[in-house]
Design a protein around this ligand. Structure first.
Ligand code: IMP
Ligand code: MG
Length: 203
């Protein structure tokens, strides 16, 4: 739980993808031709990411929809998740009787009141803890963290976001704005890269 003043329900681990999950055959979906031969399998198809994000938006609105929210997107990997999350939050807000104001910023520090940090993936948790401690200096009323993915890794420091889309095995994943040396951000699905892909885009 990130340091927050409000008690919020524990939403748990999100959609849990087990270590033995073989994924989906790439040929069952479409993806950019320039990545043919570079991927192992589809871990999470784009449609499921979007559907899960819609539910996260509902949970977030239930918890903090009463206040104006500053959404902080952690670039670059967080931009797809953030854009889809904001879209769903906006739709829920528009269809309810009170309109919630939302501002979006891209990790630039100034004084914020109610902050929702939107991140692509939490691995060890180091990145998020460092970010939280730099934001806490500005004494916001509330800080919550939404991460699309959380990895099951023995290197985890135990950090748990308030909202989790999917818990995944300890794999390096790409797509939906997550990159490998800046490649694969233009892939819609979250996929596992293969040895050929790693070699081709190695720096
Ligand atoms: P942590 O500090 O170990 O939690 O790492 C989090 C950061 O590492 C994320 O914000 C990503 O930018 C990057 N990262 C970790 N795992 C992956 C992955 O599987 N694919 C792409 N980027 C990753
Ligand atoms: Mg990130």
């Amino acid at each position: 739980m990130a340091g927050s003043s409000e008690e919020a329900p524990d939403y748990g681990r999100g959609v849990v993808i087990m270590d033995d999950w073989p994924g989906y055959d790439l040929n069952l979906f479409t993806y950019p031709q320039h990545y043919y031969g570079d991927l192992e399998y589809v871990l999470i198809p784009h449609g499921i990411i979007v559907d899960r994000t819609e539910r996260l938006a509902k949970d977030i609105m239930k918890d903090i929809g009463y206040c104006d929210i500053m959404i902080l997107c952690v670039l670059k990997g967080g931009y797809k998740f953030c854009a889809d999350l904001v879209e769903h939050l906006k739709n829920i807000s528009q269809n309810s009787d009170r309109f919630v104001s939302m501002k979006v910023d891209f990790i630039r520090l100034k004084s914020y009141k109610n902050v929702l940090i939107v991140e692509d993936v939490v691995g060890t948790g180091k990145t998020m803890r460092a970010l939280l401690s730099s934001i806490e200096k500005y004494k916001p009323n509330m800080i919550k963290v939404a991460s699309l993915l959380v990895k099951r890794t023995p290197r985890s420091d135990g950090f748990r976001p308030d909202y989790v889309g999917f818990e995944i095995p300890n794999l390096f994943v790409v797509g939906y704005a997550l990159d490998y040396n800046e490649y694969f951000r233009d892939l819609n699905h979250i996929c596992v890269i293969n040895e050929h892909g790693k070699e081709k885009y190695r720096v």
